[in-house]
Design a protein around this ligand. Sequence first.
Ligand SMILES: C[S@@+](CC[C@H](N)C(=O)[O-])C[C@H]1O[C@@H](n2cnc3c(N)ncnc32)[C@H](O)[C@@H]1O
Length: 249
Amino acid sequence: MAEKPQSSDDKLQQEFNRWAAAGEGEKMEHHHLDITEKTIRLMDLRPGERVLDLGCGSGWATRLVARMVSDAPEGFGQVVGLDVSDEMVRQARAASTDFENILYVWGSAQQIPWEENFFDKVLSVESFYYYPDQERALAELFRVMAPRGRLFILINLYKDNPYSLQWVDKLEVPVQVRSEAEYIELLKRHAFEKVETRRIPDDTPTPDDYVTKSFRSLEDLRAFKRTGALLLIASKPDLRVPAPGYTIY
Ligand SMILES: C[S@@+](CC[C@H](N)C(=O)[O-])C[C@H]1O[C@@H](n2cnc3c(N)ncnc32)[C@H](O)[C@@H]1O
């Protein structure tokens, strides 16, 4: 019998399982911590909130968020970490056994296995540009976010940071390369409101003996960090508010 052709999600799963097996899941904490902490501060997380960490990898950011939403008089805030790599999910679960308010789910951003109108906040760190169909992922995010829910997507690889484009050819899976203006247009087209962007520089020092395979030189790596990641922020409209009444004359 002919083998079933691999879907784009199968390919992403295979590639990121390989990353997980090579220990990249944990290493990414080191690479993304500075920009993620700055983003988490902007998220204004409150105890009791329900948060989705989309493309959670080994779950280190999921655990940071889980601590911040845990205790509320009306109960625990919950965090769901979702990833297309079952190996990343396995590692994330193994590292989170002390947490009662985290659930890791294996699945794709293209078809989020969750109910409508649920999440107060969404964080996604360095994952969104891998999605083959970003339009569909945004439609899915819109569906699972609560009315007035807030979305925070961090993107290190985008047109306006030319240094980031040095890795495109080194990656084993295709990526989406858009500009800040194109992302703003995309979010608005998907009915998100209060769309804004920030640049989040990575302020960690790069030592002179640091070895990089991703950049042509340490100077390029430093310039990449200075230019910073693109943070997309947007809200789902409050669909519960009825349309204003009108008068028939
Ligand atoms: C560069 S890693 C970042 C992981 C984590 N957010 C971090 O900062 O350590 C990208 C992650 O996105 C996940 N990913 C890629 N495509 C995905 C998709 N379609 N749905 C869900 N997760 C996806 C990968 O499996 C991987 O864990």
